[in-house]
Design a protein around this ligand. Structure first.
Ligand code: SF4
Length: 406
């Protein structure tokens, strides 16, 4: 007899990871911006804190003296460094207490974990340069590897499992679109914006069971028909008239609202505003620069595809908790536009060359600021609601104009 599973019952978990996940190994002392060095707050979870209270002797005393409490327990940094980092940039705590007694943050970074019902998804994040290397050099079609997991899990009551089932299918459709080689990066984003807005309408009208039917419209012809319709509407002036330079400047106002976690971010943001959004730069000059950059990037534009797939994997399914699918697509689009501008800035700074190391550096600065602060993600989500530039039609119009340079 089938039994309804209550929210409190333990359920069997599956773990799902991107195909490149197992390639990750920390490069420790070879790392340019070691996560134990860069001024990050290193939190200590409660279980680990309790364990550290029991460690005897001189090392135990030193360990306890190195812990303080802010919102959570964390290590007191010394000149921005973890106090246990040794002269060879290796972890002294690992040597003393063993890997199994490192806190969750130390043991897991740069891995992130999300729970969706009986599915646990794990990925590697772009704030780590080695993870970036793996993600941006990957040339395979994005896929996920699924395994049984020994960890039991109680389903979170905030998780909308019916919506989750529909969104997993929608996310698969998003991956298919991103892999479609006949579409440019801008075109992929235009179709995703349209799909995200349509899904949001269904959620808002309590019609989540129609999501699977809706997405066949976007996948049956690889998005071509949908893109053609969107393009026809654009040609017929159904979208607002917008300046690419002013549109992106309006987006940057939202990113200026973020709490600064690292001065490198403020410098990078101020610099793109200074060089691209001044009175001397008009739309035409802006587009010529962007075209030249794309031409030189050539086939390396797959790095943007990989970036977008990372965003889809990391954020799209969170809508099964907050019901805000469109917000996830807005985040992808605006993140892409900001990172692209940072890339063009790096390209100009390096005499119109853009190496793989430049790619790592720009995304590293961006990811540390935007992705590793829940507060900053919330600030962006708020801005997306209230400013017109983030409405579907404005973003699509902006992407159409900007697509001319790709
Ligand atoms: S940033 Fe990544 S590669 Fe560098 S020390 Fe941390 S986990 Fe290792």
């Amino acid at each position: 007899m089938l039994q309804k599973i209550s929210a409190e019952m333990e359920i069997n978990m599956k773990v799902r990871v991107p195909h490149y996940y197992e390639q990750f190994h920390c490069i420790a002392s070879k790392c340019k911006d070691n996560c134990c060095v860069g001024g990050w707050e290193i939190d200590i979870d409660d279980d680990t804190y309790e364990y550290y209270q029991q460690i005897p002797g001189e090392f135990g005393d030193k360990l306890r003296a190195s812990i303080m409490k802010t919102d959570a327990y964390c290590f007191k940094l010394v000149d921005g460094h973890c106090p246990f980092l040794d002269d060879h940039k290796l972890c002294g705590l690992y040597k003393e207490v063993g890997e199994e007694h490192l806190g969750v943050v130390c043991a897991e970074f740069p891995r992130f974990t999300e729970y969706y019902g009986n599915v646990k998804e794990k990925g590697i994040g772009l704030a780590c340069e080695e993870a970036e290397r793996i993600i941006f050099s990957d040339r395979d079609v994005f896929s996920m590897v699924e395994m049984e997991d020994s960890e039991g899990c109680e389903e979170d009551s905030e998780y909308d499992s019916e919506l989750g089932r529909q969104l997993f299918a929608a996310r698969d459709a998003a991956f298919l679109l991103l892999e479609d080689q006949s579409l440019s990066i801008h075109e992929k984003l235009i179709v995703l914006l349209s799909m995200g807005a349509d899904i949001q309408e269904l959620i808002n009208h309590n019609q989540v069971n129609d999501i699977k039917n809706l997405i066949t419209r976007y996948t049956s012809d690889h998005g071509d028909r949908c893109l053609q319709e969107l393009h026809d509407a654009y040609e017929e002036d159904s979208y607002p008239n917008i300046s690419v330079k002013d549109g992106i400047r309006s987006i940057l106002y939202a990113y200026e609202e973020l709490e600064t976690l690292n001065p490198e971010w403020t410098n990078a943001l101020n610099h793109i505003i200074e060089i691209f959004h001044n009175d001397q730069m008009d739309d035409n000059a802006y587009s010529i620069l962007a075209s030249e950059f794309y031409n030189q990037l050539g086939e390396r534009s797959y790095e943007y595809k990989n970036l977008l797939e990372y965003f889809v994997f990391r954020y799209f399914m969170k809508a099964a908790y907050d019901h805000d699918v469109f917000g996830k697509i807005q985040l992808m689009v605006t993140n892409f536009l900001v990172i692209k501008e940072m890339d063009i800035d790096a390209w100009l700074t390096h005499n119109k060359t853009f190496s793989f190391e430049n790619r790592i550096d720009t995304v590293h600065i961006f990811s540390r600021e935007v992705e590793y602060s829940e507060d900053n993600l919330e600030i962006l989500a708020e801005e997306f609601i209230f400013d017109d530039i983030f409405k579907k039609d404005q973003l699509i119009a902006l992407l159409w104009i900007d697509s001319a340079s790709e």
